[in-house]
Write a protein that binds this ligand. Sequence first.
Ligand SMILES: Nc1ncnc2c1ncn2[C@@H]1O[C@H](COP(=O)(O)OP(=O)(O)O)[C@@H](O)[C@H]1O
Ligand SMILES: O=P(O)(O)OC[C@H]1O[C@](O)(COP(=O)(O)O)[C@@H](O)[C@@H]1O
Ligand SMILES: [Mg+2]
Length: 529
Amino acid sequence: MAFAAPSSGVDLVNLRQHGIRLHASYGIANSSYVRMRMIKRVIRAESQITSSEPPAMKPEIDFSDPDWKKHYQEDFDRRFNLPHLRDILDIKPRPTTFSLKSRIPLGDDNGAASDMWNGYVNDDDRALLKVIKFASPTSAGAECIDPDCSWVEQWVHRAGPRKKIYYEPREVKAGIVTCGGLCPGLNDVIRQIVLTLEKYGVKNIVGIPYGYRGFSDEGLSEVPLSRQVVQNINLAGGSFLGVSRGGPHTSGIVDSIQAKRIDMLFILGGDGTHAGALAIHNECRKRKLKVSIVGVPKTIDNDILLMDKTFGFDSAVEEAQRVINSAYVEARSAYHGIGLVKLMGRSSGFIAMHASLSSGQIDICLIPEVPFNLEGPNGVLRHLEHLIKTKGNAVVCVAEGAGQEYLQKSNTTDASGNVVLSDIGVHLQQQIKRHFKNIGVPADLKYIDPTYMIRAIRANASDAIVCTVLGQNAVHGAFAGFSGITTGICNTHYVYFPITEVIASTRHVDPNSRMWHRCLTSTGQPDFV
Ligand SMILES: Nc1ncnc2c1ncn2[C@@H]1O[C@H](COP(=O)(O)OP(=O)(O)O)[C@@H](O)[C@H]1O
Ligand SMILES: O=P(O)(O)OC[C@H]1O[C@](O)(COP(=O)(O)O)[C@@H](O)[C@@H]1O
Ligand SMILES: [Mg+2]
């Protein structure tokens, strides 16, 4: 089935040139809102790489090179090739078996031979990340007789169980660690990793307490994990193992991995954690250790590159929406009521944008990626004044990283090195109160900062499923011998990415994107600059 997404700006004429027959219909395909349907396979088409793409995805292309497309794709395939233990060690795999009864892969000799089950993923199976149409190679002077010549496809490795595994499950010791801030779904992922490891036949599974710190603090000992221990942990929010920021240096962590004789380490965390995971993977390689380092991306900020979304994000948006509704009820019920809600999002405004969109009750949404004036004829305060005069109430949603230029820089960092932000919520609260007092218009402001309440909830149903699949795939990836990889969803397919690519930069809301424009349409807010 092939879908093209005109909402992402694709040009219909080019689709026809691309040999694609169009039938009108609307829907969501592969995470893109689509208007046309055709047969063959699913693509997400974009007219050009957008300005918010990280540099790694926006390569300099020499269109005068007649083989530019081939070279581009070779370069992409090289970057997205998955690092494997074989790259450094002379190791041989053994065939996976599977349970005839439950149709799940096993790592022991009691199951049926792997070729009797067709549920395995082959190493050359790929999922489509993106189809990109470069603006016009011909205008850059290259000969281009092939009408398809400006289209390139980016394929990434499918996740899932492989026919061959690189570990003897009974001999494996597996570790799980959760780092950074909390996020709904951490316990669901821990649980699935444990259950899947046990299915492979792993008997020795431990949790490392309190993030990377658990590798260094003498007082913190490993937590033995089994199906019995993790059975119901998904019913609560937080992390069963505990989280932390900061912690020991990479070499100390790898010393500890060696001392604990860990063969597979599953690392749940955000961009910082993944930078740490990559450093651990590289150190293990340097020491020629047979240790698989596999990440599972966690962040409610949804600021990790290349993935449709990270687990916990949907749950956070749902909870944020409830808060926005309370702010709306307060604002609607007061004379000249103003509701102000601050949501998390250090440098990316995804939660604020999605919660504003889903609630439909927000009049002003402020995110870090879009600058705004507070004062002046086009400023936020003047627009609030207008809203109060015309409709009698207003609700504002602000992401914590927005408008930092209005605040005194704290110049401090947390234990992980993240800049500690000043409180834009409190600042807005004060400025709004001051403004209405100055103009002599009464305004009843209710400020809600629900940030930690949102982060601490358990995963909703859709996130719980995502966590389940990610946790299982993390284990399949480790058994397949990969290391330095992370799991994710890409165009609704579950895939593996090399960690290097997902941490190349932070994912931001693109102010030119259709999604941000949809948000502006919903709020009705003007441009505040
Ligand atoms: N560049 C880095 N290299 C190695 N470790 C890092 C790096 N950045 C962060 N870490 C470690 O990763 C862990 C989590 O990082 P943090 O930024 O707090 O959360 P998140 O992973 O959610 O972004 C911390 O223990 C921190 O010390
Ligand atoms: O108070 P803490 O634990 O530092 O967490 C605050 C941070 O947590 C987040 O929600 C998520 O950050 P991480 O992905 O780094 O955990 C940020 O938006 C926010 O700045
Ligand atoms: Mg982070």
